[in-house]
Design a protein around this ligand. Structure first.
Ligand SMILES: NC(=O)c1ccc[n+]([C@@H]2O[C@H](COP(=O)([O-])OP(=O)(O)OC[C@H]3O[C@@H](n4cnc5c(N)ncnc54)[C@H](OP(=O)(O)O)[C@@H]3O)[C@@H](O)[C@H]2O)c1
Length: 328
């Protein structure tokens, strides 16, 4: 038996979450059984816990899109009992049972070995949010971004993706400007590496002009919507924006003028189906660049029982930094 958060849907379509004792024989198919030590709370976990976005098709369901732990059983050549492993993405926690349980059974190809030097707790402080932030930075660099080109903007900076993006960018020598709707997080964002804090209201909505003064050489965006449309008009010549999230909205109402007259590039980032080799490259850079001191300052460690309430909070943009869930 293991402890788990299970979500279920009633006859009226209401989704609720409860802490249960889970018989391991109910776990789905997979060639590796993992004793889960830590999971996390991401924006997507909030959607799943609330039954939002049509992400879960079959109930009852065990959420948790990330986990890190130790292999308990394996019929794969790749992993043996006792190996430390990490899982992010592959729609685990959405279409396959996830990490909010003290055991998870998954396909070996979804796992990566725990990066050397990172604990399972720190790997989960990184989690899907950190993987996406890292993939975003790698994409900006593949498209020519260099520190000397000018400041890089991070939106939703006090959130999970944003906090890790601030820390990673500053570790690579970039000048970081951070947008937040929570002014009280300014000192924390400066500690993570932001040199300038921009109030959300300043960049929240476009002024109707297709181009505005060139400000940022690049952007890690987890907000989307009107803010992204506005930012595109202020990216410097040949700069790029990594579009990671939609915390502010999925609709993008813009013109093609920044693309045509300034060579601005809008780069889509997906951490979920990202191929294995690219994941390994991202973890390698994370392993060398992420400061464990900064990670510790981002972590709010909670238990499985705390997860349902926090799921509601993250959807409202009320969760700061990275919520690490101690599972066992
Ligand atoms: N593409 C991928 O592979 C990938 C991977 C991970 C996450 N994501 C997406 O990235 C986004 C962020 O995820 P997360 O886990 O970092 O969530 P999070 O911790 O809740 O961070 C989101 C942040 O966005 C800001 N925000 C929230 N509502 C807003 C609004 N209405 N307008 C403007 N800003 C708003 C808040 O930052 P401030 O308080 O600082 O303003 C909030 O902390 C989500 O949309 C998620 O689905 C995508």
């Amino acid at each position: 038996m293991s402890q788990a958060i299970q979500i279920d849907k009633d006859a009226d379509g209401n989704v609720s979450a409860a802490l249960i004792e889970l018989d391991s024989s109910r776990l789905p198919e997979g060639d590796v059984l993992v004793d889960v030590e830590y999971s996390t709370l991401n924006y997507k976990d909030g959607l799943v816990l609330g039954g939002l976005g049509g992400l879960v098709r079959q109930y009852p369901h065990i959420p948790g899109i990330d986990f890190a732990g130790t292999v308990a059983e394996s019929s794969s050549d790749q992993y043996s009992k006792g190996d430390a492993v990490v899982l992010t993405g592959w729609r685990v926690g959405e279409t396959h049972w996830g990490g909010y349980a003290s055991q998870a059974r998954v396909k070996s190809e979804w796992l990566v070995p725990l990066p050397t030097g990172l604990s399972t707790r720190h790997a989960m402080a990184v989690g899907t949010a950190g993987m996406a932030a890292m993939l975003g930075i790698l994409a900006l660099e593949e498209n020519g971004l260099k520190a000397e080109h000018g400041p890089v903007l991070v939106t939703g900076a006090a959130g999970g993706v944003g906090s890790i993006a601030c820390a990673l960018l500053s570790a690579s020598g970039y000048e970081v400007e951070a947008v937040t709707g929570r002014p009280k997080t300014a000192d924390h964002l400066r500690f993570l590496g932001a040199s300038k804090i921009i109030d959300r209201t300043e960049v929240e909505s476009p002024n109707g002009k297709p181009l505005n003064k060139e400000r940022w050489a690049g952007c890690i965006d987890s907000v989307g919507g009107a803010m992204l449309a506005n930012i595109l008009t202020q990216i410097r010549y040949d700069g790029s924006v990594a579009a990671i999230g939609l915390a502010g909205g999925a609709q993008l109402d813009t013109t093609v003028i920044p693309f045509l007259l300034r060579g601005v590039k809008l780069l889509g980032i997906d951490s979920v189906m990202c191929p294995y080799e690219k994941r390994l490259a991202a973890w390698k850079r994370l392993q060398s660049d992420i400061s464990t001191d900064k990670l510790e300052q981002m972590i709010n460690e909670v238990s499985l029982a705390d997860v349902p309430a926090l799921g509601r909070q993250i959807i409202k943009g009320e969760v700061q930094g990275r919520t690490v869930v101690k599972v066992s």
